[in-house]
Design a binder for this molecule. Sequence first.
Ligand code: COA
Length: 386
Amino acid sequence: MTRGARAPANNRQKVMAELGYSQGWGVVAGATRISSVGQAGLRYRGYDIAKLAETVCFEEVLHLLVYGELPTRRQLAFLRDTLMEFRRLPRPVVDVLRSIPTDTDLMDVLRTTVSLLGHYDPTHGDTPDDLRRRSIWLTASIASLIAARHRFVNRLEPLDPQPGLAHAEELLFQLHGETPDEEAARLIDLTLILYAEHDFNASTFTARVIASTRSDLVSAIVGAIGALKGPLHGGANERAMEMLAQFHTPDDAAAFITRALERKDKVMGFGHRVYRNGDHRAEILEAALRRHAETAGAAKWMAIYDAIKTPMVTEKGIHPNLDFPCALTYHLLNLPVDLYTPLFVASRVAGWCAHVIEQVEEDKLYRPLSAYVGEPPRPVPPMSAR
Ligand code: COA
């Protein structure tokens, strides 16, 4: 590299390759017992995601991730009671939820109010057992924050939690004020299960890095929310729906995708760093979505969905990730787009908390090295020579 020249991106890649480094992917950054992610399958603590999606509910997954095992009947009942105990938001947090300007991105509202919530934490302590209980408090509270804010934006007052409802049902009840139908609750529950954990993704890694400094649980979760917001990560489900919503017919969608592929545009809800031949979670949700679309008379939407998916897979070899079927699932459940990434938070908080606990147990500071590709050593020029 000549003196004074900045390393262009492709040169940076070359230098990194020569040094034997990858640029932030494909590097093992640590060990985990929480989940395994790979083309061969996704497992939460050894259990296949397809089997979990078929047989358990989100609360059981929450227990599995945070406590390490699926709950017994008694443990599940206790967990549900604890969630219920923590659903009610502190008054000062409700006041701030009401006062933030209505056009503020809901992810920004969540980031602020989760941070604020930390000042009113009814649970205490930083031992792994304390953190497990605090994980349940955060999971319950985050669902309530999302629902309360949604109601304020729509000029409605937040609702009191309803005892006896499962977490997905409670979430829908607090949003809409009606007992949700079984099919809607089951679909929301499925998305919560599928989004709950995904090893060292960007937001989880953020949470672990924060936890590794012996900071606190709430700081780790606030940082993770910031990381999840980006459209290359959790924000993709909202961008995917904004894309789908532009089309009136499958032909419109097909024309759009031809242009996008020609221009090498990134299509939201497609591609994955780890899954190169398809995302298992997307396949599970897509099957449920197809069944729902059939009964809901939404064949047009599935045709638009397929008009995007088919050329992406056949011409580009790029498969949908979970965000693509999730976007349409939420849309068919009449949920507004600004709730999509916050609903991802409502689920992934379980995985984030599990990772924070694991990191606290390990008690090792993350401090990666970088490969320096900048200017060679040079003298500091005097002001007159710059
Ligand atoms: N749409 C169109 N092309 C895509 C694509 C997408 N969503 N994802 C990857 N590609 C293309 C790249 O442009 C590249 O093409 P090229 O070889 O012709 O240059 C090729 O596929 C390889 O992509 P690469 O950049 O190696 O993928 P990545 O691992 O860096 O990217 C993502 C992974 C997730 C960042 C990327 O797929 C993406 O931006 N997806 C959209 C956002 C999204 O859905 N995020 C949620 C992820 S769960």
